[in-house]
Design a protein around this ligand. Sequence first.
Ligand code: FAD
Length: 159
Amino acid sequence: MDDRQFRQAMGKFATGVTVIATEVEGEIHGMTVNAFMSVSLDPKLVVISIGEKAKILNKIKESKIFTVNILAADQQEHSMIFAGQLKEHREVAFERLDGKPVIPGSVAQVACEVSAEHVEGDHTLFIGKVTDIHLLDVEPLIFYSGMYRSLEKLETVTN
Ligand code: FAD
């Protein structure tokens, strides 16, 4: 099993796309992340996984806060901006939720305080205690096998 095969296999797990945002000394930094999941209902906890080379890693360690912005189907450009996939710098407007920076138009904005960090291999898992949530009734952006996609409803089979 080589790295390419591992990546290919993991890419077969269809996910949404999030932008993680944090703020240090008034400067907001964001990064595209699909390694996100819910961990616990009581208390309300989520987890994100951040690579050791990502600039946002030390910023989250320092600020001890982050937000998870689950992108809408019309926010593919946001995913590309925060994954460093566009050549030119784009200005992105942020708003606030519980005092933390969030992206307007996201399906869900989830504000978190870091409650634990675990280094596992070449990534750090940040456990976030959820302090506030804002939801919009819009369709999500999907990532599968290295491509952006949108959701399609299947017919419900009843018999
Ligand atoms: P940086 O260069 O610091 O930031 C990335 C980009 O965001 C830069 O172009 C920067 O200009 C822009 N940016 C940052 N803040 C702002 C701002 N305030 N306003 C405007 N632009 C800003 N990596 C992981 O570690 N974990 C994952 O789960 C993960 N999932 C991914 C899922 C997808 C669908 C994709 C496409 C990538 C994913 N990545 C993941 C890779 C990760 O997004 C990139 O490696 C990322 O560019 C690294 O971020 P950085 O902080 O090192 O880079």
